[in-house]
Design a protein around this ligand. Structure first.
Ligand SMILES: [Zn+2]
Length: 361
């Protein structure tokens, strides 16, 4: 199976194609935008465009490099995705382990091009960055450009051990090898180290339009009634990822986040009850997904407070909170999200977060 077509983002893709045509494409870019709108898909599109032999305004889809990219098999296109932290203590073995884990994820994406978000605990560890360094040091296999895509680049683990990972990546981005192109993607460029951000040209993507999401769903999913399709488009909020996840994992995370917010607004007894219900360590990915949904819900409430149309339901109690309080609450959630990468017990983290949210909201 090959990649699904690029959906939407015509403004961004035209600008990028123009930069390629006039040989003004920056070597390092950060593609940011909401989850599930196709940031990595756009990066692949751009990679395909620079590797395509036809040099047109979009990848021709027929030449050998195009076909290799579509099968995620181009030897000069390297796609780094977050993976569970390698277990090997020996640095070289850890790099091999990372390479294997990334290859497995890409195998899955080749088989199922419409993938969901990675596990909440998956990250770019030092081993992944070493792997990137190793590959960046090689010469081009096909003799053309080389493309490095770092998906969810904000998952460079913000811990002591990975300050090193961030610095190693920084060195690479400061002086990218000739002919190389680095495309980092993230939901929020502010989550990247300022030093990394300052070396990259930003490309911001917006949510897709409802029509774009509808067109995609109608084509990719099995026959649905128009009503079911409308429901799904409404839930998606301009994100194909959200449309695909509606009803399963993401839905679960949003429900859990909504329950937590309601418990926080209700008072401490309920809060502790909710915190203690949080499944222990083994469900860490679920826990971080809930924190992401929590941040998104608070953001939605902020937009609602500013009179903008809501894309998702917001718990009734939150609608009374003011924007300043909501922003503080989002900061607390972001801190908890970082702490969740460490060895902190989710139950304790959630109890503390509940207290903090109750204080600010
Ligand atoms: Zn081509």
């Amino acid at each position: 199976m090959s990649l699904h077509p690029l959906i939407g983002h015509s403004h961004a893709s035209q600008r990028l194609a123009e930069a390629v045509r006039t040989d003004r494409l920056p070597q390092v870019m950060v593609i940011s935008g909401p989850a599930g709108v196709g940031k990595q898909r756009l990066a692949l599109w751009l990679g395909q465009l620079v590797l395509c032999t036809e040099k047109g305004p979009e990848p021709c889809g027929r030449c050998r490099p195009c076909r290799l990219v579509e099968n995620l098999g181009h030897p000069d296109l390297h796609w780094l995705v977050p993976i569970p932290r390698p277990k090997a203590a020996d640095p070289d073995k850890a790099v091999d382990e990372a390479a294997l884990a990334i290859a497995e994820v890409l195998d899955e994406r080749r088989a199922r091009p419409l993938y969901g978000p990675p596990d909440g605990m998956a990250s770019h560890s030092m081993a992944s960055v070493r792997l990137l360094q190793r590959r960046a040091a090689l010469t081009s296999v096909e003799g053309g450009r080389r493309v490095f895509i770092i998906g969810e680049a904000d998952r460079l683990v913000p811990q002591e051990s990975s300050q090193e990972a961030a610095n190693a990546l920084l060195k690479l981005l400061e002086e990218p090898p000739a002919g190389s192109l680095f495309l980092l993607t993230t939901v929020d460029a502010r989550r990247l180290l300022p030093t990394i951000r300052s070396r990259a040209v930003p490309v911001r993507l917006n949510r897709l339009t409802d029509d774009e999401v509808r067109g995609f769903l109608a084509r990719e999913l099995d026959a649905q009634t128009p009503e079911a399709l409308d429901d799904r488009v409404a839930l998606a909020g301009g994100s194909i990822g959200a449309a695909l996840a509606a009803g399963d994992e993401a839905g679960k995370a949003y429900r859990a986040a909504g329950q937590l917010l309601e418990a926080v607004m209700a008072g401490s007894a309920e809060r502790y009850e909710r915190a203690l219900k949080q499944a222990p360590y083994s469900a860490r990915g679920e826990f971080t997904a809930m924190l992401d949904a929590l941040a998104e819900t608070l953001g939605e409430a902020t937009r609602g407070g500013l009179g903008q149309a809501l894309r998702r339901p917001v718990p009734a109690a939150l609608k009374r909170a003011d924007a300043g309080a909501l922003l503080q609450a989002m900061e607390r959630v972001a801190e908890a999200r970082e702490a969740a990468y460490g060895n902190v017990n989710p139950q304790i983290l959630l109890a503390v977060l509940g207290e903090e949210l109750a204080e600010v909201l």
